[in-house]
Design a protein around this ligand. Structure first.
Ligand SMILES: [Zn+2]
Length: 135
């Protein structure tokens, strides 16, 4: 507050409201245009975290827009989501995979060899000879 009082209002910041005929309106005041200053904002700024109650999606979206915070659940129409799969090849990670693949390939080759041997054993004429021998 300034030490020197306003000559119009006497430091109160309020003036009586006069009618056109010069009479005073009771219980009505006008802020002094020379010394009145707006009261500082005492309310806390609103944030979306303050909504701890269920609200509609429209109200929630409005509250995010009102607070100037990007809505995490907002669905933007017309914006296409492009998903890209990027496989990073790292030699350190490839080594165990390579050895595992080699092991699996060896196992498959062993099975194939065993199947071929079994097929050859079935085709061998020894069976027929022994069959003939029985006859
Ligand atoms: Zn004043």
């Amino acid at each position: 507050m300034t030490e020197s009082k306003c000559p119009k209002c006497g430091g109160s910041g309020k003036l009586p409201l006069y009618r056109k005929d010069g009479s005073i309106v009771p219980n009505a005041i006008v802020y002094c245009p020379d010394c009145h200053s707006e009261e500082p904002e005492r309310y806390q700024h609103l944030t979306p975290d303050m909504y701890d109650f269920p609200c509609s999606s429209n109200f929630r979206a409005f509250s995010y827009r009102f607070c100037g915070v990007p809505d995490p659940c907002a669905v933007t129409v017309g914006k296409e989501v492009v998903r890209e799969v990027v496989i990073e090849r790292q030699p350190a990670n490839m080594l165990p995979i390579r050895s595992e693949l080699n092991y699996i390939r060896n196992q498959i080759n062993e099975h194939i060899d065993a199947a071929k041997k079994a097929a050859e054993a079935r085709k061998k004429p020894q069976v027929k000879q022994s069959y003939k021998g029985i006859k």
